[in-house]
Design a protein around this ligand. Structure first.
Ligand code: CDP
Ligand code: MG
Length: 137
C-alpha cells in the first residue's frame, strides 16, 4: 500500500464536481485515509506551492488556490502516486486523455480541478503540510 496526497481544487468544488471526482477515485480503487474541507489563505497556498515560487504562474495560481474551498485528502492504494497521476490526466486539460478527471472536469491549465503528488518525497511533504499525525490514524 502507498499513500498519496490530493486536492479537489476550488474550481471543481465551486462547480459542484467534488462528489463526481471522489466517485472516480473510488472506482479506480483508492481508499480515503484522511479528508477535510478547507479554505487556504494566500500564504498557505504559497507554502504549498513553494517549488513553483519562481514560475510566472505562481501569483495567479496561489490566488486561485485561495479563492474558495478545497477538499484535501490522503489516498491509499497500491502504486497510489503514479495511479493517481494517471487518473488525473495532463496538467492542461486540452492534452488530457479521455476519461481522466481533468478531461472531464477541468476548465483550463490553471483551473484544472485536481492536484496529486508527483513522487514519494513530495507526497510526504504534502501530507505533512495538510494533516497532523493525530488525523492520520
Ligand atoms: O498539477 P501538476 O503537477 O500536473 O502541474 P505542475 O506543473 O506541478 O503545476 C502546478 C499547478 O500550477 C497546475 O496544476 C496548474 O494549476 C498550475 N499551472 C498553471 O497555472 N500554468 C502552467 N503553465 C502550469 C501549471
Ligand atoms: Mg505538480
Amino acid at each position: 500500500m502507498q499513500r498519496t496526497f490530493s486536492i479537489i481544487k476550488p474550481d471543481a468544488v465551486r462547480k459542484g464536481f467534488a462528489a463526481d471526482i471522489l466517485s472516480e477515485m473510488d472506482k479506480a480503487g483508492f481508499k480515503i485515509f484522511a479528508i477535510k474541507k478547507m479554505f487556504l489563505s494566500k500564504t498557505q497556498a504559497q507554502g504549498f506551492y513553494a517549488v513553483h515560487a519562481h514560475r510566472p504562474f505562481f501569483d495567479s495560481l496561489t490566488s486561485f488556490m485561495s479563492s474558495g474551498s478545497i477538499i484535501a485528502m490522503v489516498l491509499e492504494k497500491d502504486n497510489a502516486i503514479a495511479d493517481l497521476r494517471k487518473l488525473m490526466g495532463a496538467t492542461n486539460p486540452a492534452n488530457a486523455e479521455a476519461g481522466t478527471i481533468r478531461k472531464q472536469f477541468a476548465g483550463s491549465i490553471e483551473e484544472n480541478a485536481i492536484h496529486g503528488s508527483d513522487a514519494e518525497d513530495t507526497a510526504a511533504f504534502e501530507i505533512g503540510y495538510f494533516f497532523a499525525g493525530y488525523e492520520l490514524v
